[in-house]
Design a protein around this ligand. Structure first.
Ligand code: ATP
Ligand code: MG
Length: 489
């Protein structure tokens, strides 16, 4: 052992001597090459090998870097003596990390590895298209050469899985937005994120319990369906179209889905996307286990502005690729690019389903069309419970009968009803009384004006929108019925 140390000391001594000699005699370029050569020789005889995991790989962010950071934060707190603590703006969680240029040992499958967090100040920047961060950050993983294959095959996969799990369990969901209008941040992200803290859940969502159960079941089936999607050769994604008047809970439903499945939300602002290729890039930068939302799809961009080509088919206007087209959007959700990740849910919302292009509604495009409508009695009971803590048995049977009758007579959205209940939440009886009063007044008003029109159910409207003259073409002319529905609005 003693011999080994003296051998090592003399080797280091020789190396140091060579370095000094090189500095004195050789020009810098030659010096650099010689040092590289000596370094190579040193590594050749060393029993260790090293992997660098840099934060930014070329222009792209290295997902592995983020995963390692999160993974190490899960046990660094117990082992480390100097740690870095971070708390994202508005986040409820504090993240513990390895300090700059600090090391930590980990063991996996009986193998010990050493992680070092390397942070180097970036030299003053020459001209770049996008500014790079001030620091170069990365992890260096050191392991015995003989353990290389185990580490490469299993350990890194394990870290990816573990970090996803940690993020889902410990952190707030993230809400991403593309409001920067296509520009990238210094780390190459087109999306900006904030912690997502919407309290809406399926428990608080007022809708018919049977419908709610159906949706929850569908979502769980999707989330647990990896092998099913794989077996059937389908991309692991699902589309929901939420439609209905304002204030009926479409956005609340999206938040409830995110909270139910612990998914992040990408809120895609289509008006900020300049063309189809930008849309594709945004899609590529979304992560799995996420919900990609396009709200108010009918007013986001003019997706119905299609012209007839000389073969008589409808096609997107040719604007030299300077805008988003319907086929671009359909490619986004359906095409090959939509599969460049997995376990993703697309949600589109609209107040006017009849305005949507039939190509968007055709079966297979959006897997589930969910009508969010005016408040029904079962939904009202959920609101009474949410805001006043009332069970049905707490209500006088005459009052509950009157409420049940009145709520079906008026078209009040859950948002309208919530407002009355919030305002009077300190006095439950007053709240119910005022609600009943408002409903009755509205119903009478409707009757008096004789304007209680025969309600066209949302499903009927949807059916009309779906009816199209020709089969088999993505781009069909709007049907007569659709035009009529439009005029009736
Ligand atoms: N179904 C519902 N269950 C519980 N609360 C609801 C429901 N619908 C509406 N609300 C209440 O009304 C507010 C507005 O609802 P929300 O934003 O979800 O409606 P929306 O359908 O997305 O409306 P818009 O079409 O204008 O975007 C919510 O903050 C929530 O408090
Ligand atoms: Mg909304």
């Amino acid at each position: 052992m003693k011999e080994y140390w003296s051998y090592l000391a003399s080797l280091l001594g020789v190396l140091a001597f060579c370095q000094t000699l090189l500095q004195l005699i050789f020009p810098p370029q030659l010096r650099f090459l010689s040092l590289k050569f000596l370094n190579r020789i040193f590594h050749l005889f060393s029993s260790y090998c090293y992997f660098d995991i840099t934060e930014i790989d070329g222009v792209n962010t290295n997902e592995l870097y983020n995963a390692v950071q999160l993974y190490l934060s899960s046990f660094v707190s117990i082992n480390g003596s100097r740690l870095s603590l971070t708390r994202a703006l508005n986040s409820s969680a504090i993240t513990i990390g390895l300090s700059n240029n600090d090391c930590i040992i980990d063991t996996f499958g009986g193998v010990t590895v050493l992680w070092e967090h390397v942070v180097i100040q970036r030299q003053s920047q020459t001209f770049t298209w996008r500014p790079l961060p001030d620091e170069k950050r990365g992890f260096t993983l050191r392991m015995k050469k003989k353990d290389k294959s185990l580490i490469l095959h299993s350990y890194l996969d394990y870290i990816m899985d573990k970090s996803n799990e940690i993020r889902r369990n410990n952190q707030d969901r993230l809400l991403y937005t593309n409001s920067r209008g296509g520009s990238l941040d210094s780390r190459g992200h087109p999306w900006e994120s904030v912690p997502f803290k919407h309290p809406s859940t399926f428990d608080t969502l007022a809708m018919h319990p049977v419908k709610k159960q159906e949706i929850m079941h569908d979502l769980k089936d999707f989330a647990n369906g990896q092998s099913f999607y794989h077996k059937t050769g389908r991309a692991w994604k699902r589309g929901y179209l939420l439609y209905g008047p304002p204030g009926t809970g479409k956005s609340s439903m999206i938040a409830a889905i995110a909270n139910y499945l612990s998914y992040d939300i990408y809120d895609l602002e289509l008006t900020e996307v300049h063309n189809n290729s930008e849309l594709r890039k945004l899609l590529m930068k979304t992560s799995s286990k996420s919900i990609i939302v396009i709200e108010d799809i009918d007013c986001s961009v003019n997706l119905t502005n299609r012209k007839k080509n000389n073969k008589g088919n409808y096609c997107d206007p040719d604007d030299g690729g300077n805008s988003i087209t319907l086929s671009g959007l359909l490619n986004f959700t359906d095409g090959l690019w939509s599969c460049c990740g997995s376990e993703r849910i697309f949600v589109f919302t609209t107040n006017h389903i009849e305005k949507l292009d039939p190509a968007l509604l055709r079966s297979g495009r959006m897997d589930m069309h969910i009508s969010m409508s005016y408040c029904s009695y079962p939904a009202l009971k959920i609101l009474l419970n949410n805001y006043l803590g009332y069970e049905e048995s707490d209500l006088d049977c005459n009052v509950s009968r009157e409420l049940a009758e009145a709520v079906d007579m008026v078209e009040m959205t859950p948002a309208d009803i919530s407002e009355i209940l919030i305002k009077n939440r300190s006095d439950k009886q007053k709240a119910v009384g005022e609600l009943l009063e408002t409903m009755k007044t509205r119903a009478e008003g409707n009757l008096k004006r004789g304007s209680l029109k025969e309600k066209i159910s949302d499903e009927e409207q949807e059916k009309r929108a779906l009816e199209s003259p020709k089969e088999g073409s993505d781009f069909e002319q709007p049907s007569k019925e659709q035009e009529n529905a439009e005029k009736m609005k």
